[in-house]
Design a protein around this ligand. Structure first.
Ligand SMILES: C[S@@+](CC[C@H](N)C(=O)[O-])C[C@H]1O[C@@H](n2cnc3c(N)ncnc32)[C@H](O)[C@@H]1O
Length: 340
């Protein structure tokens, strides 16, 4: 089977893979629910990686700009890197509207350096970790051409309706949580749960100043529904017993792709499907859209596909792309060795 035939077949299964520079593709991809970034580390890890972390801002900024354009409030970004790589790129992510949620540490354990580390010359503890930082696209609403945070918008709408803080408690049927949490200006603020948001909307539309109805509307015609409001928040379905330290050995099993029957690893940066599957399953639902802009051999796309997500991936290097593609062909044509 030819590449293009198989790629078209994959498209019917919601897998969209491209052998191209992802910068040529972003415009055509559907808005993502999750982006999994496993790009430059500043360690010369693949052709095109930078030689040190201080070039990472330049490397990532054009990508981050595109991610921000195509993402929605609540899109989750998983940013794989080294500690210093993350520290370097973090201000740029913030600048483009990505909110830090948490830093997860992949601890590969002593096996990662066994027999391969000279502590005397290193003069620091040997590194056996990578990190995967969770970010979320901030909920900024576009109201009359202005970007407004959810916190400011909820308070502004309530004030516009001419209602008192106390009436918010009444609307939500709570002692004082609504006025102290949902409408406060200080750091104690948190977003009303969807049911309480719905209560605030219907109360404001019933008792608020008639002149400015409907309240809590983005288009000026209809109030935001509970369903629309829920979409402003990222999905997270944590699993009991899983913390932000991932004790997973380096990938040495059969899953590790080798160069033509040799013991040599095909891709230095191949990530375990287990970890990709974990982050995808906790932060998305079936049918959601996953982007893997720096595909390598497409570990995130493969993991996402296996748990029924719609995946978009790009890999610029043809040889690497081909090997990534063959991982998919093995799923559907396991008996065909020389597939392409
Ligand atoms: C760190 S590796 C990703 C490894 C991947 N997570 C896996 O498990 O196989 C980064 C990959 O991104 C590719 N890459 C770098 N810049 C790219 C770009 N602008 N567009 C598409 N691919 C790119 C590199 O060729 C490299 O294979």
């Amino acid at each position: 089977m030819r590449n293009d035939q198989f790629l078209s077949e994959l498209e019917t299964k919601n897998v969209f893979l491209f052998n191209d520079n992802v910068e040529n593709k972003y415009y055509s991809w559907e808005s993502p629910n999750i982006i999994i970034s496993d790009g430059a580390y500043g360690v010369s890890g693949f052709k095109g990686d930078t030689h040190s972390y201080d070039k990472l801002v330049e490397w990532y900024e054009p990508h981050i700009q595109e991610w921000s354009k195509k993402s929605n409030a609540g899109t989750t970004l998983w940013f794989w890197n080294t500690e210093i790589g993350f520290a370097t790129v973090h201000p740029i992510l913030e600048k483009y509207g990505w909110e830090y949620v948490s830093c997860n540490i992949w601890n590969k354990g002593i096996q990662h350096i066994a027999g391969n580390c000279n502590i005397k010359t290193l003069k620091s503890f040997p590194i056996v970790t990578e990190i995967c930082v969770q970010y979320v696209k901030k909920a900024l609403l576009k109201i009359e051409g202005q970007k407004v945070s959810l916190k400011d918008w909820i308070r502004q709408e309530w004030n516009k309706a001419g209602l008192t803080l106390n009436q918010a408690n009444l609307a939500c049927g709570v002692a004082n949580a609504a006025s102290r949490k949902y409408l406060t200006k200080d750091h104690l603020w948190y977003a009303p749960p969807a049911e309480h948001f719905e209560n605030l909307v219907s109360y404001a539309n019933q008792y608020g100043d008639e002149e400015h109805r409907p309240y809590f509307s983005i288009d000026g015609k209809n109030s935001l529904s509970k369903n629309e409001y829920e979409k402003l928040f990222h999905v997270f379905k944590g699993k009991y017993g899983i913390t932000n330290v991932w004790e997973v050995p380096p990938l040495h099993s059969n899953e590790r792709i080798k160069v033509n029957n040799s013991p040599k690893y095909f891709h230095l940066n191949q990530k375990p499907l287990y970890l990709m599957s974990l982050i995808i399953s906790v932060s998305s639902n079936e049918g959601d859209v996953i982007w893997e802009p720096f595909g390598g051999i497409f570990s995130a796309s493969l993991a996402g596909h296996q748990i029924r997500r719609k995946v978009y991936g790009a890999e610029v290097d043809s040889n690497i792309f081909q090997t990534g593609l063959s991982r998919f062909s093995l799923l559907y044509y396991p008996n065909q060795k020389a597939f392409f």
